[in-house]
Design a protein. Structure first.
Ligand SMILES: [Zn+2]
Length: 164
């Protein structure tokens, strides 16, 4: 079944507006065409613009980096906005940026635009089914299944039987 997402809340709309304002201030056709806004659990909003050079980070990690730099690591919602002509539109964060959000805050949400133009809010986990889990973190990684009897510690049993 296709992921539907949930309608944006008031706070999400404010976050979209914050990203739009950041892009209005910093837009540069050659270098800065996307802005991101991240709200953390503390209620703070952090902004970022994409950077364009030899390496070209998206706007989202720039915004996340601003939050982390302030010691504010629990991301709650993230959105990216792109300018097209004179209009500003929500842009779905790329897979790399969703994964980064997932790595920091697996319970965070991401605002996305579906192909039909509908804008909605998903949990970042919903946006990345079977997400790669980079850290051995019980929040994101299921426990390693127990191995069958005899597989995990066969040597001990044998050694014991030799000396027994
Ligand atoms: Zn990205």
């Amino acid at each position: 079944m296709a992921v539907q997402g949930r309608p944006l809340r008031q706070g999400d709309l404010a976050l979209v507006r914050a990203a739009k304002r950041a892009l209005e201030r910093g837009f540069d056709r050659e270098r800065h065409t996307v802005a991101a806004a991240v709200r953390t659990r503390s209620g703070m909003v952090y902004l970022g613009l994409n950077l364009n050079g030899i390496h070209t980070p998206c706007a989202e990690p720039v915004a996340m980096g601003a939050a982390v730099t302030r010691g504010d690591r629990e991301m709650e919602v993230m959105v990216a906005v792109k300018r097209k002509g004179k209009r500003y539109r929500v842009l779905s964060p790329c897979g790399t940026c969703r994964q980064l959000l997932f790595d920091y805050s697996p319970n965070a949400s991401v605002i996305v635009r579906f192909r039909n133009g509908r804008v909605a809010r998903l949990t970042v986990g919903e946006s990345l089914p079977a997400a790669y889990a980079t850290f051995d973190d019980k929040r994101t990684v299921p426990r390693t299944p127990r191995q069958g009897r005899g597989d995990a510690e066969p040597a001990r049993g044998r050694r014991h039987s030799v000396h027994g």
